[in-house]
Design a protein around this ligand. Structure first.
Ligand code: SAM
Length: 320
């Protein structure tokens, strides 16, 4: 299908998007089957040197209780997640200049030694030598969302960075052989439908293996406080079009969508998505990793996984 810029814009603004949802669901079924990959995410540090205006962890937010998890607790958490069936461990953090590179390398090696487990990193922008070192230690995938493809909007949202640098990092990650994940937010103040079409096309240009698209959620302790949340219907449309543009990609239903609507989170599995991530960060840290306001229950790694598998089962999908 020739999904060019003008067709993407037209599709995103249709009154009735149903035919695209059906095509995306069919494509997902054909390429990915009925399995939904469940990934465990461990938020290893909420310390961040960046000033991203949408993010609750941004360096200017003095209300955040900052933490960096000790090595042994990260390993122990990964071990617990693996013991209940997780096959991918995602290590995520703010852009923490104090992360010990050697220590992260050891953690990657230790997790890889637990079996056939994939390690995904989401630690923000690093130097090429650090990306390379982590790859050598065994890391399989790297997630770094481009956030928005509109350079002016990107500049306003990231006073200390620019879109070109972000894209350069993504190209480096891809060149080093990582399965590469990008993605973007939907409903950012000042974002246009045209730029959402460009976001989708950028995923394709970058050759993304994974892409996470979630609604922007306004956080009261950020410069973007008071703005409306992103539109959940538009988020599902973007996921469906991403499936049609990137038939083989792994596309998660983002946690942010579930925060705004549990119903639409479930529906997104029929719009092209085939992945879901679960927060497995232990107490007390998990409640301090607040990118956007959300109810964060106490950790229950086995119970949470079972509940998710059951929910997937009820919609005819199998959590793996
Ligand atoms: N520091 C790493 C980075 O920059 O890639 C990873 C952590 S960052 C907190 C993870 C993602 O959270 C970002 O890529 C962004 O898309 C998302 N995020 C942050 N604030 C958000 C908000 N207010 N609403 C929705 N998503 C948000």
């Amino acid at each position: 299908m020739a999904l060019d810029r003008s067709e993407l814009i037209k599709a995103l603004t249709l009154d009735d998007f149903t035919p695209y949802y059906q095509m995306a669901d069919e494509m997902r079924r054909r390429k990915k089957g009925n399995e939904v990959k469940i990934r465990a995410i461990i938020e290893i540090s909420n310390i961040c040197a960046r000033y991203c205006t949408y993010c609750g962890l941004n360096a200017a937010n003095a209300k955040v209780h900052r933490y960096r998890m000790p090595e042994n607790e990260i390993i122990e958490t990964a071990r617990r997640a693996v013991s209940v069936g997780y096959k991918t461990i995602v290590l995520q953090s703010g852009e923490d200049p104090g992360l010990d590179i050697e220590e992260i390398g050891r953690i990657i090696r230790d997790i890889k030694a637990m079996g056939e487990i994939a390690v995904t990193l989401s630690l923000g922008e690093l130097d090429e030598k650090e990306y390379r070192y982590f790859k050598e230690c065994g890391a399989d995938r790297y997630l770094l969302k481009h956030e928005t493809s509109d350079p002016k909007l990107y500049g306003r949202l990231h006073p200390d960075s620019d879109l070109e640098t972000r894209i350069e990092n993504l190209r480096t990650i891809k060149r080093l052989g990582y399965e590469t994940g990008s993605g973007f937010m939907i409903g950012l103040p000042g974002q246009t439908v045209e730029s959402l079409a460009d976001d989708l096309l950028l995923l394709k240009t970058l050759g993304c293996d994974m892409a996470g698209m979630g609604p922007f959620i306004s956080h009261p302790d950020t410069p973007l406080r008071g703005n409306g949340h992103g539109d959940t219907e538009m988020t599902k449309r973007v996921v469906a079009l991403a499936r049609l543009l990137l038939p083989d990609a792994n596309l998660p239903v983002t946690t942010a969508l579930g925060v705004l609507s549990q119903k639409e989170r479930l529906e997104a599995f029929s719009c092209g998505a085939n992945v879901v991530m679960r927060k497995t960060t232990p107490d007390p840290y998990r409640k301090y990793y607040e990118i956007y306001p959300a109810d964060i229950p106490s950790a229950d790694i086995p119970g949470d996984r079972l509940a998710l598998e059951k929910m997937l089962d009820e919609i005819g999908r199998k959590g793996v």
